[in-house]
Ligand binder design. Structure first.
Ligand code: GAL
Length: 468
């Protein structure tokens, strides 16, 4: 959790902005809420000197990056820096390809705690993306200073497959705002690119759907309801919560979203299992994650576009969709309101406005140790030979039913475009017709879920911080 200036300032973020931001992070209570990483992004560097060391731009940062790092540390924050696995950064400034060891060593001397590593200007290298990122991982390790390594290659080489062995977080997506202000379709695209990837995340390495667009400039094109839904969804998928706003222009209502304590607790839940899409029908979606102690985080998300006469929808989460036996009694709490909604059996229904989300914490009235074992992706009868994150199927037949429901929704729309949308919408009927035609069903299943099942071999290689 932290702050990054890119979305609000691009390369024009100065030392004055940096000091003001650090002060605001402290005085607003955001540091106390958990936003402890203060990051710089593209534009801080100048051409290398005679010793081939990268130089900070001293016109923009008269105290140097070391001065900023010292100030941030004196206020209880950590500091992030940015470079690229190419000859230049995306804005054309000098970058780290071929200078990995020297740069990592210098950042360690400056007291840097996080390195965001981009993927521009890499044509000069014949190495794969993974190899270029491994070179910086090794340089960071050799520097002797623990630094979070944030892989930012926009999901090109499917970094979630190898991410746990290379970095602590990896972007699953393009930039959330290609122009200065993000749009609602842009938020949805990043969400959809991250759907179905929860199984690759876990303590030590997380899917990163890019920065938060809560507050300015994100608020130029997003309503407050959209910002709340965006924050709730990023919390449940356990994307690192990195504020991308100009903090001095933040409205109280936006600060309230960023500080929503019970929503942040979902993102930071100690069980460390990322949430995922567990059910979808048209614009209605249910996203869920298991929590420590056997509870669930559930987001009821209504993607309905403005339609005549329809301003909200009633969304339901059924217990079988989230790995609970239908008969159990579950306490439901609205996390933005901080209000208990009562005890329910079998399902919970809530009214959600268009482009809005309800974020809930569900807690069974009677704890059962099996409740913590559920995962928001398909189980396997033989997890030892299964795909990444495979977990043993529960013996309870009703819980297994949730897996067939999950498969109907198993189409990330950004990957399969319009065909995916059609499949998702009519999936229930279509798959129903396919029952009994197993060979054909197998082919269809493989086609639809093609890229999900990847082996992940090596354990996490960086013994550094495991929460970002
Ligand atoms: C992009 C990256 C952005 C930002 C920008 C800087 O590649 O995704 O988050 O760092 O480069 O030029």
């Amino acid at each position: 959790m932290g702050f990054n200036p890119w979305n609000a300032f691009h390369e024009f973020f100065t030392e004055k902005d940096a000091f003001e931001t650090i002060d605001y992070l402290v005085s607003s209570g955001l540091v106390e809420a958990g936003y402890t990483y203060f990051n710089l992004d593209d534009g801080w560097m100048m051409p290398r000197d005679g010793d081939s060391a990268l130089q900070p731009n001293l016109t923009m940062y008269p105290s140097g990056i070391k001065g900023i790092a010292d100030y941030a540390h004196s206020k209880g924050l950590k500091v992030g820096i940015y470079s690229s696995a190419g000859t230049n950064t995306c804005k054309g400034f000098p970058a780290s390809l071929g200078y990995e060891d020297q740069d990592a060593k210098m950042w360690a001397e400056w007291g840097v705690d996080l390195v965001k590593y981009d993927n521009c200007y890499s044509a000069a290298s014949d190495k794969s993306i993974k190899e270029r990122y491994e070179a910086m991982r090794d340089a960071i390790l050799a520097s002797g200073r623990p630094m979070v390594f944030a892989v930012c290659e926009w999901g090109l080489s499917e970094p979630w497959v190898y991410g746990q062995s290379v970095g602590h977080m990896w972007r699953t997506t393009k930039d959330i705002s290609l122009d200065i202000a993000a749009t609602w379709p842009g938020i949805l695209e990043n969400l959809d690119s991250t759907a179905r990837l929860a199984r690759y995340a876990g303590p030590g390495g997380w899917n990163d759907a890019d920065m938060l667009e809560v507050g300015p400039p994100g608020n130029a094109k997003l309503t407050l309801a959209e910002q709340r839904a965006h924050f709730a969804l990023w919390a449940v998928i356990k994307s690192p919560l990195i504020i991308g706003a100009d903090l001095k222009l933040l409205k109280p209502s936006e600060l309230k979203i960023l500080k929503a304590k019970e929503v942040i607790a979902i993102n930071q839940d100690p069980l460390g299992v990322a949430g995922d899409l567990v059910w979808k029908q048209g614009p209605e979606e249910v996203w869920a994650a298991p929590l420590q102690g056997g509870g669930r985080a559930v987001v009821l998300f209504n993607r309905q576009m403005a339609a005549e006469g329809v301003t909200s929808r009633e969304l339901t989460v059924h217990w079988h969709q989230i790995g609970y036996e239908p008969g159990i009694q579950v306490k439901v709490r609205d996390l933005y309101k901080g209000k208990d909604l009562g005890e329910f059996t079998g399902h919970f229904k809530g009214t959600v406005i268009n482009h809005g989300a309800l974020i809930l914490r569900l807690t069974p009235t009677e704890a059962h140790e099996s409740h913590e074992r559920w995962r928001p992706w398909p189980c396997s009868s033989d997890p030892s030979h299964g795909s990444q994150g495979a977990y043993a199927c529960p013996s309870n037949a009703l819980m297994q039913r949730s897996e067939s429901v999950l498969k109907q929704a198993d189409v990330p729309s950004s990957t399969y475009g319009f065909a995916g949308y059609i499949l998702t919408s009519v999936g229930g009927v279509f798959l129903g017709l396919m029952v009994g035609l197993s060979p054909l069903r197998g082919v269809l299943g493989r086609w639809v879920r093609g890229r999900q099942y990847r082996e992940l071999h090596s354990p996490h290689a960086l013994a550094l911080s495991d929460r970002v």
